[in-house]
Ligand binder design. Structure first.
Ligand code: ZN
Ligand code: ZN
Length: 317
């Protein structure tokens, strides 16, 4: 009994649980994967058996087609299932549609793997749902006291001050849908045109009953009409290939403050927790031990010294 220090170990395929013989968000094809959400740094193709939420499976199938996985087994939030002797339950992570924190219980000890998560409001996915745990395995992408995300509505409202058409770059999954909904709500005079690389995800969100706001598929003629009210929502690659686009203001919606060239041409909207949100999460889930992955856990380790033991499991992929 007691906490297994080797409950999750890092090997070449990714984070492995020897007690359940499965991987969490593995980076290479494996026999059994539990996948927290469909962003492509977490959801890789080619696994034999994948356990995840239903939206995650649908997004993976949309993107990877036949390579998505041989078998998907999907569960709702808070529905417990078993892999070997480990009981597993998904809790909403508030990050994107279908995103889950993965609670694993073994010999009376709870281990909670957060995947990516956020506390900010997002109308396009379920809000985060906390659950208490003994061991918290958290991402530390922005675990620095100086990282404080601004109010996302205030960021979106910056678009109202821009005259003329806008090319807005955003990640196609999650961010694009969240932003589409926010523009609809906070910029009623703007009209959104959506790049074909984003459209299938918009459509899938809507099929799953999510209100992502108003938009039309991109149409070259429309944007040339110079109505000056269009926001052309494009994925990062398209955004980067139009460095010198004329008659349009280019803006990127980024969650990374350090990528901002200047305040004027980026919207700082993050789908991750900032410093305060991590501390609030720790408050809510009450771990006795924290293991960190993704990013740098050192600041957290220093901050919680003498209170909660923090072990750095992994420094960024
Ligand atoms: Zn993510
Ligand atoms: Zn991630």
């Amino acid at each position: 009994m007691g906490i297994k220090t080797d409950f999750i170990i890092k090997n070449t395929q990714g984070l492995y649980c020897p007690y359940g013989d499965f991987y969490l968000d593995p980076q290479l094809p494996v026999h059994t994967a539990i996948i927290s959400h469909a962003h492509n740094d977490h959801a890789k193709p080619g696994h034999t058996q994948v356990f995840c939420t239903s939206p995650t499976a649908l997004i993976m199938q949309l993107r990877y087609k036949k390579n998505a996985a041989q078998y998907f087994t999907t569960y709702h939030y808070k529905q417990t299932f078993k892999i070997k002797e480990v009981n597993i339950t998904f809790f909403s992570a508030g990050h994107i549609l279908g995103s889950a924190m993965i609670l694993m219980e073994y010999e009376g000890i709870k281990y909670l793997f957060t995947g990516d998560y956020k506390l900010q409001a997002d109308a396009t996915c379920n809000p985060i749902e906390f659950t208490e745990t003994h061991v918290l395995i958290t991402e530390t992408t922005f675990a620095h006291p100086q990282v404080k995300h601004p109010n996302p509505a205030k960021e979106i409202e910056k678009l109202n001050n821009i005259q003329g058409n806008i090319m807005l770059g955003a990640y196609a999954l999650g961010k694009a849908q969240r932003i589409n909904k926010m523009i609809t709500d906070y910029c009623p005079n703007k009209k959104i045109l959506v790049h074909h690389g984003i459209l299938p995800l918009h459509t899938l969100y809507q099929k799953l009953g999510i209100d992502i706001g108003l938009y039309s598929p991109y149409n070259r003629k429309l944007i040339k009409q110079a109505s000056n009210q269009y926001i052309y929502l494009v994925p990062p690659l398209t955004f980067n290939s139009y460095q010198n686009a004329k008659n349009v203001t280019r803006i990127f919606a980024s969650g990374w403050k350090n990528l901002q060239v200047n305040e004027a041409n980026s919207l700082y909207i993050s789908d991750h927790v900032d410093w305060d949100d991590i501390l609030l999460t720790i408050d809510k889930v009450k771990p006795t031990l924290i293991w960190t992955i993704h990013g740098d856990g050192q600041k957290l380790q220093q901050h919680l010294e003498n209170k909660i033991e923090v072990k750095i499991l992994e420094n960024a992929y």
